[in-house]
Ligand binder design. Structure first.
Ligand code: ATP
Length: 385
């Protein structure tokens, strides 16, 4: 193990990116949970080592002399983030976009991949106490050579447009956005999106791994998602990208809505074209897919939540039998996602998928609905509980 450490350190020193005095090298304890604190901590020389946002492939975290109080145990992934302490300070630039001011952070291992970029675990050392954060890194191409470059550029543009709106959100069921930063990569610019780190996995992953959930567990998650939606909708914000993979779960079953970069204010909906995120299409409301010109409202998110509820109760993604093109055709024919014959849905679950958005209940009304009420003392103890 020490050989690996030394090789890593040598490679790192050779990169000549040096700003602060490095004292200790720590293994995050989730990499080798059996290591003791003594083993995880290794003295390094007084070499000056710098950590820059473009530093690649750091499998380990480095802790600078400015944080000597830090213990390896601080690095366990469920370290909670003190949002009020202001993990990363953000400033608005001339264009009004919110960016992180002088971020110092170290990239850790990849924890996920979406349509637009990779998400990494990272350690922020901007403030006194290092904090675990998640960083979504998105390529922002300077030359638009093909459809993929155009897609990336549209995404980056969308993020710049909503960056202020995202960092201002603050709700227990919404991933906290901490700031944004653009930096120069080898061939393109890279947009870094800093977020609260959620230490579990996506709801979609759990469904793929474990199959359908018990009805109570499905209600428990639905209620939490409704909490996040009610908060967004009360600010006239439409999420637009709600799907099982955008809902992150921590180990205690707490849900957090993530991937909000496509959110928009309801009043702007008729002015902005919405590029359909292909992966999200099976969860999208018919008015978003079929009648964009007429506009749509926050109720589109209620349809998407109905799809997630259906998925939790059946273990199958919405429109599980169909390719994307077929889904669009069926939606235009006013068809709903199919329900497997052995599943009986409550009237409420059906209401989520009313074709007329005006007849779909609001998030705040649904949250109080009797069907979703859990018995007193019910606790999350696993997906089938
Ligand atoms: N804040 C976070 N904390 C922990 N893991 C995260 C966080 N954000 C994202 N992830 C992980 O990274 C994965 C990819 O996230 P990302 O937001 O890029 O895409 P996505 O939600 O899967 O879909 P899309 O294709 O619409 O971008 C998630 O499924 C999740 O596993």
């Amino acid at each position: 193990m020490c050989v690996v450490l030394d090789q890593f350190l040598q490679a790192f020193i050779k990169s000549h990116q040096i700003v602060s005095n490095l004292q200790f090298l720590y293994y995050p304890s989730f990499v080798h949970p059996t290591l003791t604190i003594e083993q995880t901590q290794k003295h390094c020389s007084d070499s000056e080592i710098s950590v820059t946002p473009s530093q690649d492939s750091l499998a380990w975290f480095l802790v600078s002399e400015s944080t000597p109080h830090m213990q390896a145990s601080d690095l366990v992934p469920n370290t909670s983030i003190d949002q009020k302490a202001g993990l990363l300070s953000t400033v608005a630039d001339a264009s009004g976009a919110h960016r992180v001011d002088a971020v110092r952070w170290i990239r850790g291992e990849p924890i996920g991949k979406g349509t637009y970029g990779r998400v990494y675990l990272a350690l922020s050392i901007s403030t006194g106490k290092p904090q675990l954060v998640a960083v979504k890194q998105v390529d922002s191409p300077q030359v638009l050579r093909d459809e993929s470059d155009q897609r990336q550029a549209r995404f980056v543009h969308s993020v710049e447009r909503v960056s202020k709106l995202l960092v201002d959100l603050n709700h227990p069921h919404i991933v906290q956005y901490l700031g944004f930063e653009e930096c120069l990569g080898d061939y393109s610019r890279v947009l870094n999106i800093f977020m609260e780190y959620v230490s579990g996995s996506a709801l979609g992953c759990c469904l793929r791994e474990k199959g359908k959930f018990s009805e109570d567990v499905a209600k428990f998650f639905t209620l939490q998602i409704l909490g996040g939606l009610r908060y967004l909708h009360s600010r006239r914000i439409i999420y637009r990208n709600l799907k099982a993979d955008s809902v992150l779960l921590d180990r205690d079953g707490n849900c957090k809505l993530s991937d909000l970069e496509f959110s928009t204010r309801e009043d702007k909906i008729n002015k902005l074209p919405f590029t359909t995120v292909q992966r999200t299409l099976p969860w999208m409301a018919p008015e978003v897919i079929c009648h964009q010109k007429e506009g749509y409202c926050v109720k589109a998110d209620i349809w998407s939540l109905g799809c997630i509820l259906l998925e939790m109760l059946t273990g199958k993604r919405p429109w599980y039998e169909d390719e994307l093109i077929m889904i669009t055709i069926k939606m235009n024919q006013n068809k709903r996602p199919p329900v497997p014959p052995d599943v009986v849905l409550s009237d409420l679950a059906m209401n989520f998928q009313n074709f007329n958005p005006d007849e779909r209940e609001s998030a705040s009304h649904l949250k109080r609905h009797a069907y979703l009420k859990l018995s007193d003392g019910w606790r999350f103890q696993g997906f089938s509980g």
